[in-house]
Ligand binder design. Structure first.
Ligand code: ZN
Length: 193
């Protein structure tokens, strides 16, 4: 898991989705232990050694006690709490969702794309989807409060933070990657349109 995940993180970096040490990633292992990417590591150099264990409040545990993960770890914990099927969470600073958030408020509406079916549960390009957009906040408690208010609108295993990036998740690394790539592709199409 860690090796495949680290490879994916480097692949996403090569696409320009995590410049300047930005973004963060996490997964829950078979023992229900949560692992997050260490902050401050350039994602082009990310290896399986760069995941750290945290407790349910986001504090480093075991050999990582005293190591502080990204503040955005609180968003990962919020996702795991509210979407129990999630075992992998990916965060991206890809440009197209950021650009889309400059032209849409509250929701990114999308319909008519075959790739929508990349979202688990979406069966037709005719489905009318709305991907929630929340305001960016440096205070993670405020950000999670906004997410609490929008939780029922989060239907496609992802959301956008305005001017910032996206979060996407899934039961597996494969599903989480598919959801992230689906959202990015839709944002690119609509922005270029
Ligand atoms: Zn970020």
């Amino acid at each position: 898991m860690k090796a495949a995940f680290a490879q994916l993180i480097r692949t996403l970096n090569a696409r320009g989705w995590s410049p300047a040490t930005s973004t963060n990633y996490s997964f829950i292992d078979e023992h229900q232990q949560c692992w997050v990417s260490r902050s401050g590591v350039h994602k082009s150099d990310f290896t399986e050694q760069d995941f750290m264990t945290i407790d349910s409040t986001g504090i480093g545990t075991g050999m990582f006690h005293g190591t502080k993960p990204s503040d955005e770890t609180q968003i990962h914990l919020w996702i795991y709490k509210n979407f129990p099927e999630a075992k992998v969470v990916l965060h991206s600073h890809g440009k197209y969702p950021v650009l889309i958030s400059q032209f849409n408020e509250d929701f990114f509406p999308v319909q008519g794309y075959e790739i929508q079916k990349g979202f688990k549960g979406c069966l037709s390009h005719l489905d009318s989807l709305e991907i929630p957009i929340v305001d960016n906040q440096q205070d993670m408690a405020l950000l999670c409060h906004q997410l609490d208010e929008r939780v029922s609108a989060i239907q496609q295993h992802c959301f956008i933070i305005a001017g910032h990036g996206t979060y996407a998740w899934g039961a597996t690394l494969f599903d989480a990657q598919r959801h992230l790539e689906t959202l990015d592709y839709l944002c690119e199409c609509e922005f270029l349109l």
